[in-house]
Design a protein around this ligand. Structure first.
Ligand SMILES: Nc1nc2c(ncn2[C@@H]2O[C@H](COP(=O)(O)OP(=O)(O)OP(=O)(O)O)[C@@H](O)[C@H]2O)c(=O)[nH]1
Length: 212
C-alpha cells in the first residue's frame, strides 16, 4: 500500500484521519481510544492533533497514528494538507444534530479531492448515548454509506465507550487485509475485497450488526 511505513517496533503502521463538522465529538472519540477516558469539555481543535496507540491483531503489532482534525472551516487549508498521506479516514457526524450528517457528502467530496485514491473510509454516528435527542436514523446512515461505497457505519459513544475500539479495529483489519493482498499481488489496487466486507453496525443492542 503506498505510504505504508515499515517500523522496527511494529508489523504495520497506519495513519488514520478523523474528519467531520465541529463539535461532533472527534476529539472525544480519539481521546477515548487513546486513553480509555471521556473528557466532557475540550477546546475546539486547532489545526490537527496527533496521537498513537498500538493494537495486537491476529498476532501482529499494529501501530495506529490518529490525526484528529479541526472541524471549523477556518482551519480547512491546514487540515486538507494531511489528507494525502492517510491510509484511512473516519468521517464523524453527531447523531443528535442532523446538519452534521448532511455535511457528510461534503466531507466525502473533500477526501476524494485531496486524499489518496485507495483511502479506506468509514462513517461514525457519535453520541449514541443521547437516545432522546437522536435526529439521524441509523438506516439513513446505512443508505448513505452504501451509496458512497464506504467500508462501514458504526454508531459510537465516546462518553459511554460504545463501539470505539470496534471502529479502529475494523479499520486496521481492513487495511491489513488490503495490504496483505497487495503484497501477494493477487489483485490490483482499489479492487481488493476478498478478505473484507462492508460492515454496518449500530451501537444499540436491539440492532445486530448487519453484514452486506
Ligand atoms: N453525549 C455525548 N457527548 C459527547 C460525546 N462525544 C463528545 N461529546 C461532547 O461533544 C462536544 C464536542 O466534542 P469534541 O470532541 O470537542 O468535538 P470535535 O468534533 O473534536 O470538535 P472540533 O475540535 O471543533 O472539530 C463536547 O462537549 C463533548 O463533551 C458522546 O459520545 N456523547
Amino acid at each position: 500500500m503506498p505510504g505504508l511505513v515499515p517500523d522496527e517496533a511494529c508489523d504495520y503502521l497506519f495513519k488514520i484521519i478523523l474528519l467531520g463538522d465541529s463539535d461532533v465529538g472527534k476529539t472525544c472519540v480519539v481521546h477515548r481510544f487513546h486513553s480509555g477516558h471521556f473528557r466532557e469539555r475540550h477546546h475546539n481543535t486547532i489545526g490537527v492533533d496527533f496521537s498513537v496507540r498500538s493494537l495486537l491483531l491476529d498476532g501482529k503489532k499494529v501501530k495506529i497514528q490518529v490525526w484528529d482534525t479541526a472541524g471549523q472551516e477556518r482551519f480547512r487549508t491546514i487540515t486538507q494538507s494531511y489528507y494525502r498521506s492517510a491510509h484511512g479516514a473516519i468521517l464523524a457526524y453527531d447523531l443528535t444534530r442532523r446538519s452534521t450528517f448532511e455535511s457528510i457528502p461534503h466531507w466525502i467530496h473533500e477526501i476524494e479531492k485531496y486524499g489518496a485514491a485507495n483511502l479506506v473510509i468509514m462513517l461514525i454516528g457519535n453520541k449514541s448515548d443521547a437516545v432522546d435527542k437522536r435526529q439521524v436514523l441509523f438506516e439513513d446512515a446505512c443508505t448513505l454509506a452504501e451509496k458512497h461505497g464506504l467500508l462501514a457505519v458504526l454508531e459510537t459513544s465516546a462518553k459511554e465507550a460504545q463501539n470505539i475500539e470496534e471502529v479502529f479495529t475494523l479499520m486496521a483489519k481492513e487495511l491489513i487485509a488490503r495490504n496483505t493482498l497487495q503484497l501477494h499481488g493477487e489483485n490490483p489496487p482499489n479492487s481488493i475485497y476478498l478478505d473484507s466486507r462492508p460492515v454496518i453496525a449500530s451501537q444499540s443492542p436491539e440492532k445486530s450488526p448487519c453484514l452486506c
